[in-house]
Structure formats: structure tokens, C-alpha cells
Ligand binder design. Sequence first.
Ligand code: SF4
Length: 120
Amino acid sequence: MSDKRNVTCIICPVGCRIEVEIENGNILNLSGYRCRRGLQYAKDEVTSPKRILTTTVRLKAEAAHVLPVRTRAPIPKSKLKEAMQELKNVSVAAPVNMGDIVLKDVAGTGVDVIASRNWS
Ligand code: SF4
């Protein structure tokens, strides 16, 4: 017997509601998407959901300030907690430019964490 799951696509502001029919872990049918990006998003969301991690890290010698950072690409949801743990131990010295790598290969995902803004 198959199950149905609804996924709201977050790739663009349209926010299509995509229905995914699954049986024994296999996708049988998808409906409600308007483009291939949404189709891929819904497949990934059901089989291996990923998210961009946005958070902050400490700035060296600036105890009251933190630097906003994010992963360069989405990482598996199952790795978010491990990534946050690793970032707790990171502190960055100024100057920092937006896009600078703050932490390479976070949680073994192959994805780098980068600065979201400048700090001088
Ligand atoms: S399916 Fe396509 S059009 Fe619909 S929300 Fe996703 S990206 Fe946008």
C-alpha cells in the first residue's frame, strides 16, 4: 500500500504544493510541481532532505560580537546538529570578507561554511 506525502517547494516564491506517492521507500508518482527544479526538490526532500545552515560564529577579540555564516550549499538535515557542534569551536579573526571560508568540509559533508558578511 502506498503513502502520500505533501511537500511545499521552497525553491522559488510560488511555493508549489507537491504530492509525492511512495511505496516501500520508492517514489511512485509526483504531482503539483511546475518545473524540473521543483521535481528534484520534492524527490530530495522525501529521500534525503537537505538544508542551508545559517548561524553565527565567535569573533576573536570581539567578545560581544558574532559573525553570521552559512553553508555554501545545502547539507543533509541529519548533519545539521553535528555541523552546529563543530561551529561552536570556531572563532574568526578580523578582517573577514563575505564569502571567506570559515570552516572547510563541515561535518564531513564536503560543504564549506562561509562568512555571510564583511567584518573589519
Ligand atoms: S515547482 Fe518550480 S515553480 Fe513551483 S515552487 Fe518549485 S521552483 Fe517554483
